[in-house]
Ligand binder design. Structure first.
Ligand SMILES: Nc1ncnc2c1ncn2[C@@H]1O[C@H](COP(=O)(O)OP(=O)(O)O)[C@@H](O)[C@H]1O
Ligand SMILES: [Mg+2]
Length: 316
């Protein structure tokens, strides 16, 4: 192992997991080594560990339990010294109502109707008699997401989520999910790699199978090399999000764009800027090492932007 140079400032970098998975689910394991090779020595901590407040930079990775503690989580994002992705990005992206902003900006998006607590249940136009997906606007890992053909059952699930204080999202069920959804991974605003995720929700009446931590439904992932039409949706989503937030796509350390459908009519299902699993395990060893090096370089650039570059705190 390289020894730390005493004359160089060593920012304290934290990778943030959650109490149930303090070091994530293993997918990010190689990041520690990739960052070490750039002279950074990150440590994993659950996001709600007070020691995260002493870090110079916190990188959100597996904070998968924030959905049940959103206010506390968002307050924490504003308290840490520096966060990637930044707190304002997290505040916008933790609520799937952001899909409305992206659709309004022209990004081809799965049609979505939002129903706040106290509002009456509504189906997306044209879905009467068809199958829908009802899910919480603040959700991750498929928690609370179910398929329905019976509108009364859909309305009942929505009412239960609303009772719990949730805004609800109703979408037409897109049967193309049976071929899986495509996850496009961006690092520092540039395309990095991609993978596919098999369908997660069982037919109406069934519920997905969850990991023992309870934070996410089990997923079947596979490597992918998507067509450019899908990447175009990804780039459009990043550009629209950055414009909405008044930043550049390059300010986003990581982003994952989940797309349903093939090159003829791809539709954005999710833009994940908070806690996406980046699917490093889907890459072969050489590609993963290269792509994780790019991730580490993007962390380094962010530290430079924050005025925390290696020589910025050098003693005279
Ligand atoms: N409109 C839809 N059509 C088909 N499948 C869907 C739809 N919405 C969600 N799903 C399925 O449910 C899963 C979870 O929904 P998603 O919107 O990705 O929320 P999250 O991952 O934040 O829980 C998706 O990965 C997909 O398998
Ligand atoms: Mg998802």
């Amino acid at each position: 192992m390289k020894l730390a140079r005493p004359d160089v400032f060593h920012p304290r970098v934290v990778l943030a997991g959650c109490a149930a998975l303090p070091e994530g689910d293993g997918d990010d394991d190689g990041l520690v080594e990739a960052l070490r090779r750039r002279g950074l020595h990150p440590r994993w901590l659950p996001w709600d560990d007070p020691a995260t407040l002493d870090a110079d930079l916190v990188i959100l990775r597996a904070a998968w339990d924030y959905t049940e503690r959103l206010d506390e989580f968002l307050a924490w994002t504003r308290r840490v010294r520096r966060l990637l992705n930044p707190a304002a990005v997290v505040a916008w992206n933790t609520d799937k109502r952001y899909l409305g902003d992206l659709a309004a900006a022209g990004v081809p998006t799965v049609p979505s109707v939002f129903v706040a607590p106290g509002e009456g249940f509504a189906l997306p136009p044209g879905t009467e008699g068809g199958e829908v997906v009802v899910k919480p606007a603040v959700g991750a890992g498929s928690v609370g997401a179910l398929r329905f053909t019976d509108p009364a059952a859909a309305a009942a699930h929505a009412a239960a989520l609303q009772q719990a204080g949730q805004t609800v999202l109703v979408q037409p069920y897109d049967p193309r999910v049976s071929a899986g959804e495509t996850a496009l991974v961006f690092v520092g605003g540039a395309a990095s790699h991609a993978f596919t995720k098999g369908p997660i929700l069982p037919p109406p009446g069934g519920a997905p199978v969850f990991d023992e931590s309870g934070t996410y439904a089990e997923e079947r992932l596979a490597p992918a090399d998507p067509d450019f039409e899908l990447w175009d949706v990804g780039h459009a989503a990043l550009a629209a999000a950055a414009a909405h937030l008044g930043i550049t796509p390059g300010d986003l350390l990581y982003a994952r764009v989940d797309v349903l459908g093939g090159p003829e009519a791809p539709r954005l299902l999710e833009l994940e800027l908070v806690e996406p699993s980046l699917g490093w395990r889907q890459l072969d060893d050489a590609t993963r090492a290269r792509r994780q090096r790019v991730f580490a370089l993007a962390v380094e650039s962010a530290l430079e932007r924050f005025g925390l570059g290696p020589f910025s705190h050098r003693s005279p």
